[in-house]
Design a protein around this ligand. Structure first.
Ligand SMILES: [Zn+2]
Length: 326
């Protein structure tokens, strides 16, 4: 409640500033105070996991091509230099899936490695996990080579970085030896649960439920940004350039414009991941090795012995609509 009220206040003050400041001397005297309430200049890299598509089961191939085209077009239209992380195993499920990835590359978007088969490092021996990384780069490497570039970033499935520090660090050395850098996430969230409920609503042609889910999703993501921004300030005394994790799904394809507008309202501009990772925050140690996938902000907090906070929950009705037994 407090965060949303403060945001409302900030927006109301900014609106007042725009409307009134040029008119009178008294109003212009207010400008410095009003500017102090405006959202700060913020930077975010937007990344999409589980390419070519997060849950391919509910769609035929023509629909997947259409949805991918929508998602990529909206990413480009919003001016987002997004990066997509690929699970190449999904390319083998049906012919023509490589064309879905080519859409990203042809739009000038970068691709990274998310392992071949999306295993968790927690339950996979490191040698097998590393083999899955190398198996998962063949098509991506070829597609990017055609554009004179190569995959540079690796995203851990489930954000699990391994069962202990020795394996975590050995794997990071393996990544570096193969030209990869870990792609951290600071704005973690449960978009995939909203997306699952959205897919189910779409399958039963329930457009009212889809709209309700979409609106609540954008509200939830707004709250999630506020949470990680506050955690940033508590932990670092400032907000670093952030990294947002999203998944390639119909919800994000349909609501990308609304999400981008929400981020802009919060003061964000979009930057490529390599530029965001120049922020010195990303040089601090992460010694978290728990099973649960966490934001790097929470990992840094745990590493320092600070409380990682409790992330905003999805709405109870969305939890119900995305429950596995439905
Ligand atoms: Zn994933």
């Amino acid at each position: 409640m407090r965060c949303s009220f403060l945001r409302y206040l900030a927006l109301a003050l900014v609106a007042g500033c725009t409307a009134e400041a040029p008119r009178t001397r008294a109003a212009s005297a207010l400008v410095p105070a009003l500017q102090a309430s405006a959202p700060p200049a913020r930077v975010v890299a937007v990344t999409f996991d589980d390419l070519p598509w997060a849950r391919t089961g509910g769609y035929d191939e023509a629909r997947l091509a259409e949805l991918t085209a929508d998602l990529v077009r909206r990413i480009r239209g919003a001016g987002i230099p997004a990066l997509g992380f690929v699970n190449e195993q999904k390319l083998e499920a049906a012919p023509g899936r490589e064309a879905l990835l080519r859409r990203w590359v042809d739009a000038g978007l970068e691709l990274g490695n998310h392992t071949y088969s999306h295993r968790s490092f927690w339950t996979t021996p490191r040698e097998q996990y590393q083999a899955d990384v190398l198996k998962g780069e063949r098509v991506t490497r070829r597609l990017m080579a055609a554009r004179g570039t190569r995959p540079r970033f690796f995203r851990h499935p489930f954000l699990n970085t391994g069962p202990d520090l020795a394996n975590k660090e050995a794997f990071e050395r393996f990544l570096a030896a193969n030209g990869y850098r870990v792609a951290p996430v600071t704005i973690d969230n449960e978009d995939y649960l909203y997306a699952l409920a959205y897919d189910r609503a779409m399958a039963r042609h329930d457009s009212a439920a889809m709209r309700r889910l979409g609106a609540d999703y954008v509200r939830y993501m707004d709250t999630t940004f506020a949470f990680y921004e506050a955690l940033s300030r508590r932990l670092l005394g400032r907000e670093p350039a952030q990294v947002l994790l999203l998944h390639a799904n119909a919800l994000n394809a349909d609501y990308l414009n609304e999400l981008a507008a929400m981020m802009r309202r919060r003061g964000y501009t979009f930057a490529p991941l390599d530029r965001v990772l120049r922020d010195p925050a990303y040089r601090q140690p992460d010694r978290y090795t728990g099973r649960r996938g966490l934001s790097w902000l929470q990992r840094w907090a745990i590493t320092r012995g600070a409380h990682p906070g409790v992330e905003p929950a999805i709405s109870p009705w969305v939890a119900e609509a995305s429950a596995p037994d439905r």
